[in-house]
Ligand binder design. Structure first.
Ligand SMILES: [Zn+2]
Ligand SMILES: [Zn+2]
Length: 441
């Protein structure tokens, strides 16, 4: 298997003398299997030089699969210039997370509307197919592909590719679920010691991979003012990858404000951290033109998804109950979920919530931890004790995001634990991911 980086920049293309080494094009990575399957992760501006290279190989026809992590602009803006799609006889299969407001086709067609681009999506001569994905195991060409939702203010999928006796995992863009990675009472550096269920699931998804390509846009110092923006620090990536037994990590989605010198310094610090941890992890910052050849291993265990029965939640409306004693916060959560097409009801206390759930069962509950009288944990315990609500998805949305509260939440049976302050797109994406794992049909 061969992997080549065509775009390593996040947010906006950043060409110029300051980025010559690590590159200025936005996200795009090419993966070719020994049998000739061509997979392309993301379609940032790096997709254009990739298409030029593919054309220069003189093949009669090119069959490619594009795996989009999400549809933020820096991950799709190269698609109108992916000239492989301009030639009849070529085929392009596009995969990406199902959206809440429009299909993959509609989102891609949107950026090629007449106002923005001279050729419409449906006029492209290649045979193009669209595949809206949720979590699970898929087959792309001859390749086994597992998908799992990441933590980003948009529906975003990570991809785990298993072929040629190796596993490559693409995790761009992603932010830690919890500020604190490890439980204080357990030895750090092991998957079992991870505090938040979301981070633990993330570690398991990349476990034992030969190569992990991971968003590492920020330093830990920068991250303090960039929470909820949906990106990781190199420190988080090194720590979690080392715990997951990953062999090699490519840090990518470099910040447009980071020049080559800055990224090289981040690489140095990331390597120091891996050394401190005593990990055998090989970590580097991805650069444009970087090509890796991965040799097969004899014992590659296929990834098993923790939730095999994933439902499609694309453009579906669900009934959601928001429970919070603070009217302003409640209003913000209600507004966010209504904008995402859900039917939302509100309760201002635990007992009121229990009464309302008794009257009409919602599809999901979003609840504050700290409320006067009966607090959120007591409500969760009461719901988990009854068979009808034992599996009702509950997202705790709270400022009480320290270790003790997070652990108490998961121990009581919450499905997900989201820290305040939150952003509207972050909350809606977490709710959709939760519904995809729990919704029926
Ligand atoms: Zn991005
Ligand atoms: Zn993004």
């Amino acid at each position: 298997m061969r992997v080549r980086f065509w775009g390593t920049r996040g947010s906006i293309a950043t060409p110029g003398p300051g980025t010559n080494h690590f590159g200025g094009n936005t996200s795009c990575v090419e993966l070719t299997t020994d049998k000739g399957d061509l997979l392309i992760f993301d379609c940032g501006t790096g997709a254009h030089p990739l298409a030029v290279e593919l054309a220069s190989q003189g093949k009669k026809s090119i069959h490619s699969s594009i795996l989009l992590g999400h549809t933020h602009w820096d991950h799709i803006q190269g698609f109108p210039f992916f000239t492989t799609a301009f030639k009849q006889g070529n085929s392009v299969a596009i995969y990406g997370p199902e959206g809440s407001r429009g299909s993959l086709h509609d989102v891609l067609a949107g950026q090629m509307e007449f106002t923005y681009f001279p050729i419409e999506l449906n006029q492209l001569p290649a045979e193009i197919t669209y595949h809206d994905l949720t979590e699970g195991i898929h087959k792309v060409g001859g390749v086994r592909v597992a998908t799992q939702f990441l933590h980003h203010p948009a529906m975003t999928l990570g991809y785990r590719i298993e072929a040629d006796g190796v596993a490559v995992v693409y995790l761009v863009d992603h932010e830690p679920f919890s500020e604190q990675l490890w439980r204080a009472d357990a030895a750090p550096g092991r998957i079992e010691s991870i505090l938040h269920e979301g981070d633990r699931r993330h570690a398991k998804f990349m476990a034992d991979a030969d190569l992990v390509i991971h968003d590492a846009q920020y330093t830990p110092e920068e991250y303090a003012s960039k929470k909820t923006w949906g990106h990781s620090t190199y420190e988080y990536v090194v720590d979690i990858a080392a715990a997951a037994g990953v062999k090699r990590v490519a840090l990518t989605h470099h910040d447009p404000d980071h020049n080559d010198r800055f990224v090289a310094e981040m690489e140095h610090r990331a390597r120091e951290r891996a050394l401190q941890l005593g990990a055998t992890l090989d970590v580097f910052c991805a650069y444009e033109g970087c090509e890796l050849v991965l040799a097969p291993r004899l014992a590659l265990k296929p990834f098993v998804t923790p939730d095999p029965f994933q439902a499609s939640v694309a453009q579906r409306s669900f009934r959601i109950l928001v429970v919070d004693d603070e009217p302003d916060i409640r209003m913000m959560a209600v507004l966010a979920l209504k904008q995402d097409q859900h039917t939302v009801t509100e309760a201002s206390s635990g007992p009121e919530a229990l009464r309302m759930i008794d009257e009409q069962m919602p599809d999901l509950v979003v609840m504050e931890f700290k409320m006067p009288g009966m607090d959120g944990i007591q409500v969760v315990k009461a719901l988990r004790a009854k068979p009808e609500t034992a599996r009702l998805p509950i997202i705790m949305l709270t400022a009480m995001a320290d270790e003790a509260h997070t652990r108490a939440g998961f121990a009581a049976g919450v499905t997900d634990y989201v820290a305040k302050p939150f952003s509207i797109p972050q909350l809606t994406a977490r709710v959709r991911a939760c519904l995809a794992r729990t919704a029926v049909g």
